[in-house]
Design a binder for this molecule. Structure first.
Ligand code: G4P
Length: 530
């Protein structure tokens, strides 16, 4: 064991995923409240920015580039050092949202109890599955009328294809929300609407066997319904199995109400017990152990122009192993040079704190003079290895882009290439031509506006975007396929990425199915290689 083992082993790094409005921000705020040590005001202020009206928000976004709302929060609780990675929701859903998940060791999925699994959760969930990271489910808003509990679980299992294991079970909902039954202890925890902003609860714990007391608290009807449901549940649900949870095959499910602060601390306690310490990560020399290995990190996100006055770029790195020391030199593997990381900082919402050290599990932002790319590895000078690349996620919106003034070709190509390199957009070309025709793909439509704005403001190039009807993109995995012989539907389009990898664009799922049928052996993938 290395000397930093304790620091590393107390770290827990996770992302929260949800559909907008399910309660991610509220839950995060409550976590921070329990942590106590956090600069709550700062983080809440930052979060509030994300809730601003679109017009307001757009301005902020435009002034600063992309995804200002994405941040990392660090706090301590019960001896743990917890890093929460925020996955931007709302209109700023972008590739960064996906990439953030590449830096997390587990995910917390927040679901609105009256809505069940929603579109954005489904998308983010796919990335978690691809990485086999543990997923914890918090079903929120039980203080409002909720869907049937069994139906909610069924929805998760069917929609997401993951087995569920309820850790607790709700008793009623909305005006009739009485509390939860904790399966492990066999106790009912009665619902108490704790005031917003305080962490003191008035919930009481009553063992299920204390029938009289329970009847007095939750009423006969709810008690008999609960007894029935527990019986059903014990017979039907998957057994608790930590190995399955840590392999991402089984999700523990919790019920609560983030707003009224019910069930949040219980969730946090169970979560910390079940989730993992920083995970080893795959590199070209094998798995890198977070404790045994000296410092290493990989870049998962690059954010440009966070500060307009300085036109700076920040590269976000996940520390994967060892201890980072600001005074030591490191090797940027892809850039082929040994250097000191400049102005390493922890980015918390709007605030930045300069760091002198960090440990495996932490996220640091460093000043990037334009040398880093997404997926790059940083390690000790005496070493030379690369972490497995971050996949390119399938864009869902496409447009043909043209510059208005043809004389500005050079700036246009330079600008669009640089913005693509930051990972804000993906660029493609017509299959049989070069850069004359550029097709831009984005994960969230807002990125089109950001592209237009940035090209105008930073490169002085005006562009026109012509929306294309495609919504699905697939990378062709077969290396030896004869593309001229490939037969698809009439609305299918062949394109290529900047590395000349062939891709297909489709208008709908049906076309993908037809193309697969017509071309035996064709292997299509939703994720590209970076
Ligand atoms: P998000 O980050 O996932 O987008 O959701 P956020 O926490 O912002 O919550 C969305 C809305 O749902 C907020 O209301 C929030 O107060 C409410 N909410 C969150 N958790 C619960 C819960 O457990 N019960 C109930 N009843 N509501 C909950 P809002 O009116 O949009 O915002 P605000 O004015 O309260 O800030």
């Amino acid at each position: 064991m290395g000397t930093y083992a304790d620091e590393i082993n107390r770290r827990r790094t996770f992302a929260i995923i949800s559909h907008p409005d399910a309660g991610k921000t509220t839950l995060t705020e409550k976590f921070l409240l329990y942590g106590g040590a956090i600069n709550l005001a700062g983080s809440v202020k930052g979060k509030a920015t994300a809730r601003h009206a679109v017009s307001d928000w757009m301005q902020i976004e435009k002034e600063r580039g992309i995804s200002v709302t994405s941040s990392v929060l660090q706090f301590s609780y019960d001896g743990f050092c917890i890093n929460i990675l925020d996955t931007p929701g709302h209109q700023d859903f972008s590739e960064d949202t996906y990439r953030t998940l590449m830096a997390a060791d587990s995910a917390v999925m927040v679901i609105d109890a009256s809505k069940g699994v929603e579109a954005q959760t489904r998308k983010l969930f796919k990335v978690c599955v691809m990485r086999h990271i543990p997923i914890f489910t918090f079903i929120n808003k039980l203080d409002r009328d909720a869907n049937d509990t069994f139906e909610l679980l069924d929805d998760i299992e069917k929609e997401l294809g993951i087995a569920t294991c309820p850790v607790n079970w709700p008793i009623g909902s909305g005006k009739n929300f009485k509390g939860v039954y904790e399966r492990e202890s066999g106790c009912v925890i009665t619902y108490a609407d704790t005031e917003k902003g305080t962490k003191e609860g008035h919930a009481t714990r009553i063992p299920l066997a204390e029938t009289e007391n329970l009847t007095a608290q939750i009423g006969e009807e709810f008690l008999s319904q609960l007894t029935e449901e527990i019986e059903l549940l014990d017979g039907a649900s998957a057994p608790f199995d930590l190995e399955q949870i840590q392999a991402g095959n089984l999700t523990p499910v919790f019920f609560g109400s983030a707003l009224t602060n019910f069930g949040v601390e219980i969730f946090l306690q169970h979560f910390l017990k079940m989730t993992t310490t920083p995970l080893p990560r795959k590199a070209d020399i094998g798995l890198i152990d977070p404790v045994e290995h000296d410092f290493s990190a990989f870049v998962f996100k690059i954010q440009a122009n966070m500060n307009k006055a300085h036109r700076d770029r920040i590269a976000f790195m996940r520390v994967c192993s060892g201890r980072f020391d600001v005074n030591e030199e490191v090797r940027h593997v892809q850039g082929g040079r040994v250097m000191r990381l400049s102005q390493p900082q922890q980015i918390m919402a709007d605030e930045r704190k300069i760091l002198s050290e960090a440990y495996a599990g932490d996220i640091i932002g460093v000043f990037d003079p334009g040398i880093f790319s997404i997926g790059d590895t940083v390690c000790m000078p005496g070493e030379q290895f690369s972490y497995e690349g971050i996949p390119t996620f399938a864009p869902e919106h496409f447009a043909r882009v043209r510059q208005v003034d043809t004389m500005k070709r050079k700036q246009f190509v330079k600008g669009i290439m640089q913005i693509a390199q930051e990972g804000a957009i993906q660029i493609f070309q017509e299959f049989n031509t070069g850069m004359e025709e550029i097709i831009v793909g984005v994960v969230g439509v807002l990125q089109f506006d950001v592209l237009k704005y940035r090209l105008e403001n930073e490169y002085n190039v005006e562009i026109k975007l012509e929306n294309l009807p495609y919504e699905y993109i697939r990378w062709i995995e077969n290396k030896d396929i004869d593309l001229d012989k490939l037969t698809g539907t009439s609305d299918m389009k062949k394109i290529k990425d900047l590395k000349d990898n062939p891709l297909l664009l489709f208008v709908n799922q049906w076309s993908i199915g037809m193309t697969m049928e017509r071309n035996e052996g064709l292997i299509l993938s939703e994720f590209g290689r970076s």
